[in-house]
Ligand binder design. Structure first.
Ligand code: ADP
Length: 273
């Protein structure tokens, strides 16, 4: 049938309908696979701390409980596994709520310098234990005011800064960078730690992706920290990026809008004050 004939047009319409359906089915299949992989990942990740806690508790019940030092040691280990489980479930809930779009952003003007000072205070002990110096970079603007979701961004900065400490060897440093640049706020966390090679760099934001599975698991991470960071920063219409060299260190950074000036009252418009 020629293109201009009614049959030709019908054919074209049917053809485009069929290919749209085909695409929709492919999309659904992909989603289904994604869901299956996710479920498998989650079950696997949940099993690890459960298995560990189970092991300690059963060993205690099998007699180890009689020895006071062993008892304390095993109970502490079981508690640690349960804490890890708690963190994991918390992160999973956060991520799934975000992905379902159930978490609304609450934008406001706030002082991100103050917020990061709280994070430094919170992580000070962890850093000190590894003899890592944790501070603001020299060029940081104290009192930098930005516009964003304060609670979510706290989580972002906490995740990035605790990673900077986690993946830096003893005696290293981690720095928070906050500065005004090109009419925006530049926000970064830098360390002189183990670094991330190019082959892994684009994948670290995927949930449960770890550069070195066994090593990073021992460090107590959930493997969800950077996935949450990416979600929150995306939610602010920005993009988190990283620069890294293995053995030299890593910089994670993104930009956000500066605090919004409050609207001038109508009657003052155009008038010089
Ligand atoms: P985890 O809970 O394992 O830390 P994340 O999602 O926070 O999970 O990070 C994913 C992986 O990215 C980590 O397992 C680690 O291999 C790598 N990574 C994250 N931050 C850093 C960093 N500052 N330096 C080096 N590697 C990092």
């Amino acid at each position: 049938a020629s293109k201009s004939s009614p049959f030709g047009r019908l054919y074209d319409e049917l053809y485009s309908f069929a290919s749209t359906k085909e695409r929709e089915i492919a999309e659904l299949k992909k989603l289904e696979q994604f869901r299956r992989d996710f479920l498998a990942d989650v079950s696997h990740e949940l099993k690890t701390p459960i298995f560990a806690a189970q092991g300690f508790v059963h060993t205690l019940l099998d007699g180890a409980i009689k020895d006071k030092t062993v008892r304390t040691k095993f109970l502490k280990k079981a508690a640690k596994s349960l804490d890890a489980l708690d963190n994991l479930v918390h992160d999973l809930l956060t991520l799934s709520q975000m992905e379902a779009g159930e978490i609304k952003m609450h934008y406001e003007n706030f002082d991100i310098y103050n917020m990061c000072q709280e994070i430094i205070d919170e992580l000070e002990d962890k850093a000190q234990k590894k003899n890592i110096s944790l501070d603001f970079s020299k060029d940081t603007n104290p009192g930098l005011m930005i516009y964003g979701d304060q609670r979510r961004l706290y989580q972002v900065m906490l995740n990035l800064t605790s990673n900077a400490i986690k993946y830096t060897e003893e005696g290293g440093w981690a720095k928070i960078i906050l500065k005004q640049q090109d009419g925006e706020a530049f926000i970064g966390v830098k360390d002189n730690g183990v670094g991330i090679s190019n082959e892994h760099a684009h994948r670290v934001f995927e949930r449960f992706y770890r550069v070195e599975k066994s090593r990073t698991k021992k460090k107590g991470g959930t493997g969800l920290g950077l996935a949450i960071v990416k979600h929150v920063v995306d939610g602010h219409n920005s993009k988190v990026q990283l620069e890294s060299k293995p053995g030299e260190g890593t910089l994670f950074y993104f930009t956000l809008p500066l605090a919004k000036q409050s609207e001038q009252p109508q009657r003052n418009k155009g008038k010089k004050t």
